[in-house]
Design a binder for this molecule. Structure first.
Ligand code: AFP
Length: 330
């Protein structure tokens, strides 16, 4: 049995070009995992812990915050700010980043509880994280320090609170998965070198937005829905969890395509998902597992961020499907 602590010590130090950075990564992932255990316990108590319902505030995206969004956000912010390797933290739930130790090595971005509308109905939610190098050591970190391309991420991952709690992450050498053993509160390694089959028969998309998509996306979904009788010559099945973390976890487990594409519903908001808190960390995981992640034209990891809360269209998963979407977008 390999615990998370064992894995991080052995694996990161083995592959370390820079041992200081490696130790910093190790301790940051450990901090996030520890908070993940605490969030998992709160979720298990559910309604009994009085964490269901709205907190009465709106976040920077203008969305109602759930009580547990706020609680998880505070727990992560507090734990990461106290970790001396952390120079700054940015959360999907907060307008601006929060500086931590100016001499720290890393910046951490997170979505404390992705899919939070699933909380009250007892469905999967998750914590998504992205870790970037801090390039202005000695100075107080500000929003601009976080504006680095996804390719610069040192690590990314998520904790999914589902029928069991699992942690998946990458430090740029493949994707590993751990399961939480509730009897010891330890994450235990269950899979190394997670890989996504290039071919799939499963897709995830919010079909209710069909009429708002651009023509190439409508064409792609029409092709899938035509099944055996259409140009693809095979039947596809659809799954939609309503939490990106759940849909991405399924893709890492058994392949598939996930998309939240460009949407013409609201001209001020042509995409839903956030580059820095959702798209970048998931894109790194997907690429590291052999899949592809794009906005339909450009690889997500090559998008130059202009602000920390920016939104992007997302198409990710099994490579044959992502390629087909790209092809249709010309
Ligand atoms: P919430 O965290 O606000 O519930 O949003 C989750 C999410 O950003 C992403 O995880 C889902 O894929 C997507 O929204 C689902 O959105 P809709 O089903 O509402 O279109």
């Amino acid at each position: 049995m390999t615990t998370l602590a064992d894995y991080l010590t052995n694996h990161l130090q083995q592959h370390a070009n820079d041992s200081v950075l490696s130790s910093a990564l190790q301790s940051t992932i450990q901090t996030i995992a520890e908070v993940g255990v605490d969030i998992s316990k709160l979720l298990q108590r559910g309604a009994l812990a009085d964490i269901h319902g709205e907190a009465g505030n709106q976040n920077v995206q203008g969305e109602e915050q759930k009580k547990l969004d706020v609680i998880s956000n505070d727990m992560l912010l507090d734990a990461l700010s106290k970790n001396p390797v952390c120079a700054g933290v940015a959360s999907e739930e907060l307008d601006d980043s929060t500086p931590a130790n100016a001499n720290g090595e890393l910046l951490v971005l997170f979505d404390p509880l992705d899919g939070s509308s699933n909380i009250d109905i007892n469905m999967s939610v998750g914590t998504i994280f992205s870790i970037l190098p801090y390039k202005n050591k000695g100075q107080t970190a500000c929003n601009e320090d976080f504006l680095q391309k996804g390719r610069e991420q040192l690590a990314s991952g998520y904790v999914i609170y589902g029928t069991s709690t699992m942690l998946a992450f990458t430090t740029g050498q493949g994707v590993v998965m751990f399961a939480l053993d509730p009897s010891s509160d330890e994450f235990v390694l269950i899979e190394e070198n997670v890989t996504i089959d290039p071919s799939t028969k499963e897709y995830a998309i919010n079909m209710s937005n069909y009429r708002h998509w651009l023509a190439p996306m409508r064409q792609y979904i029409d092709e899938l829905n035509a099944g055996e009788t259409g140009v693809r010559g095979k039947n596809f099945n659809m799954r939609w969890i309503g939490a990106m973390v759940g849909d991405v976890h399924r893709i890492l487990c058994r392949g598939g395509l996930f998309s939240y594409p460009t949407d013409t519903k609201d001209p001020k908001k042509p995409a839903k998902l956030r580059l820095m808190y959702e798209a970048n960390p998931m894109a790194l995981l997907i690429e590291q597992a052999g899949g592809l992640a794009t906005d339909a034209i450009t690889d997500i990891l090559d998008i130059e961020p202009t602000e920390i809360h920016q939104r992007v269209p997302v198409v990710l998963g099994s490579s044959e499907e992502v390629e087909r979407v790209r092809e249709l977008h010309g």
